[in-house]
Design a protein. Structure first.
Length: 183
């Protein structure tokens, strides 16, 4: 727990705010902007200049964002959101790998099966025809897998763009120090 003394804020003629404490009551304080000496009111009159008690770290954290910080944050949000969406899209039933065995897989299954199983499968195939076209479900599954792949690729590209924006914003923030308020 941090205990902080009440802070009072006087305003200089140059419009700068001069923070003072109760220990400075009745004395002088120097303006950090112009160096002018200010008379600090007596303790009973100092209450009119009171500011909410807040630790120094909190005051610094509430400074307004610079544009480069906002772009960095925006880029990171886009990067994370698009990457998460790109990972989720294949799991939404829009496609993904379809389990349609190719010729090599069929040959491997036939070679590993026993003779009665092969004869039973052959009987089913002779009625359907061995050289058949793709079934409508297979065509639809391949189309949906293509759409999901295209959407996933687009989302990865958007994620990369977000990363570039975040990196550029970070570089600009590091290269240009924050401007100080003018007195």
């Amino acid at each position: 727990m941090t205990i902080t003394a009440p802070i009072y804020r006087l305003t200089c003629r140059c419009s700068a705010h001069v923070p003072v404490t109760a220990g400075q009551a009745g004395g002088l304080a120097r303006c950090p902007a112009c160096g002018e000496a200010l008379d600090v009111p007596r303790l009973r009159d100092l209450a009119a200049f009171a500011v909410e008690d807040e630790p120094a770290g909190r005051r610094a954290a509430t400074a307004p964002w610079r544009w480069c910080q906002a772009w960095t944050f925006l880029g990171l949000v886009v990067l994370v959101a698009a990457a998460a969406a790109a990972l989720v899209v294949p799991r939404l039933g829009l496609g993904g790998p379809v389990d349609v065995p190719d010729e090599a897989a069929i040959r491997a299954m036939v070679e590993s099966a026993d003779v009665p199983t092969v004869l039973q499968a052959w009987g089913g195939l002779k009625d359907a025809g061995v050289d058949r076209g793709a079934m409508p479900e297979e065509v639809r599954a391949r189309q949906m897998a293509g759409v999901a792949g295209w959407i996933g690729g687009l989302l990865w590209a958007v994620s990369g763009l977000g990363g570039l924006i975040a990196i550029a914003g970070g570089i600009v923030c590091l290269a240009s120090p924050p401007s100080r308020p003018r007195p």
